[in-house]
Ligand binder design. Structure first.
Ligand SMILES: Nc1nc2c(ncn2[C@@H]2O[C@H](COP(=O)(O)OP(=O)(O)OP(=O)(O)O)[C@@H](O)[C@H]2O)c(=O)[nH]1
Ligand SMILES: [Mg+2]
Length: 404
């Protein structure tokens, strides 16, 4: 077989197996975006239905042959599965297809690795990747050592080294954990300082690509990286957000709060099937959300899959212990909605896990609805200050970013 020459934008075949789960993405749109974000080019998409995954190949061998033929036809150099593969399935598929096979989990890890900027972020991704490879065979290890590039596996040092590698991975996990623990301590100190200063803390949370960074930028006039990519943001950025002067229709509390500020944090987005290791590793970053006084749960109202995305975000919030932090739903991107779907009122109540939660419609791009959000934030901050007068006197630092 002639081995395909990998081009810079590695061509990849996307495969999705419908196992009857409600959120099955028939167009593999999100997987395609993940692949592109990781630097690959989807050249074909294959979906099939199965009652249960095949133990050896995940898909049937007929389907595997079909994918192999398609790869030859399209020059694909890699196959990406939307579902998680067991280490054995992955290995068997790679043998059967004669090319690297990866799954969604690895793709997400790869993107996180490419995106991490802060020291803490890098350590967190490193830990998650080490945990992932520790459950895989030795071939993953060579993948781990590559600094850049696609998610492919390009050879490995050989299976005899398995034991040695396991030990090395174990040591590396321990080292990374220790270093992370130190960084976490520093972050805790910073957080304590901020909370002593009593600033009302608001965190933006939401599905990846919902527009959190765009909203953050629109609100605080910052220039956080916002892009049509998944996981554009990995590190938490915090700024103070001045609320005022004139706040329209925000009630009395908001008026007296005018001219003051709250602290606003932009943070990493969530995604369906966020690899467990990543949630663990990003605990410190996600903690920011759990410790906030208020969560702005940003939703891409223009994405037809937004109801499932909301559920997914709720699942992660439970997992990080942030389920009881008060929430406001922010339905963003209303400028992208067709006229017939545009909201009738700028605010209403939305039933979230059986509880009514305030919902605001806005557009970070056009600025529509932003003043309503400012008003709501002012009112909430004012309420909190009334409950704890120290908060009203609070001054918060000019800006705070995750340790570099
Ligand atoms: N039409 C429209 N697009 C928007 C709006 N807000 C954000 N976007 C676009 O949505 C994409 C994602 O925006 P980001 O702000 O990076 O989203 P995020 O939630 O921070 O994403 P991650 O950091 O990847 O989790 C970008 O292409 C933005 O230009 C909006 O109000 N209207
Ligand atoms: Mg972002």
């Amino acid at each position: 077989m002639q081995s395909p020459v990998p081009s810079p934008a590695a061509p990849a075949i996307l495969v999705g197996v419908d196992l009857g789960v409600p959120h099955f993405d028939n167009d593999l749109e999100e997987l395609g975006l993940l692949a592109q974000t990781a630097g690959m080019t989807p050249v074909a998409r294959v979906t099939c239905k199965r009652r249960a995954p095949d133990a050896a190949l995940f898909i049937g061998s007929g389907k595997a042959d079909e994918i192999k033929a398609l790869a030859e036809e399209t020059g694909a150099a890699e196959v990406l599965f939307d579902q998680s593969l067991s280490p054995a399935q992955q290995r068997n598929l790679e043998r059967h297809l004669g090319m690297p096979v990866n799954d969604r989990t690895l793709l997400i890890l790869e993107i996180f690795a490419q995106r991490a900027r802060s020291h803490e972020g890098k350590l967190q991704v490193e830990l998650a990747r080490l945990q992932y490879v520790s459950t895989r065979l030795v071939r993953r290890w060579s993948h781990l050592e590559r600094q850049t590039g696609g998610a492919g596996v390009r050879g490995g040092p050989g299976e005899k080294q398995i034991e040695l590698d396991r030990r090395m991975i174990g040591d590396a996990i321990k080292r990374t954990r220790d270093r992370l623990a130190k960084v976490k301590k520093q972050r805790q100190t910073q957080r304590r300082q901020r909370s002593r200063q009593g600033a009302f803390a608001v965190s933006l949370v939401g599905y990846t690509n919902a527009g959190k960074s765009s909203l953050f930028n629109a609100l605080v006039k910052a220039r956080a990286y916002a892009a049509d990519q998944l996981f554009a943001t990995l590190d938490t950025t915090t700024r103070q957000l001045y609320l005022g002067p004139a706040v329209e229709g925000a009630g009395e509390g908001a008026q007296s709060w005018t001219g003051r500020s709250v602290s606003l944090s932009d943070t990493v987005g969530f995604i369906r099937d966020l690899p467990h290791g990543l949630i663990d590793a990003f605990q410190a970053t996600l903690q920011e959300a759990a410790d906030a006084d208020l969560l702005l749960h940003v939703v891409d109202a223009s994405n037809p899959g937004h109801p499932e995305q909301i559920n997914e975000v709720q699942r992660v919030l439970h997992e990080i212990g942030a389920q009881d932090v008060p929430q406001v739903l922010v339905f963003n991107k209303i400028d992208a909605l067709p006229e017939s779907q545009r909201p009738r009122a700028p605010q209403d109540l939305f039933e979230l896990e059986g509880r009514p939660v305030p919902r605001l419609f806005l557009s970070a791009h056009t600025g529509e609805g932003l003043s309503g959000l400012r008003g709501l934030l002012a009112a909430r901050a004012q309420e909190a200050a009334r409950a704890d007068p120290a908060e009203a006197e609070a001054e918060i630092p000019q800006s705070h970013e995750a340790p570099a």
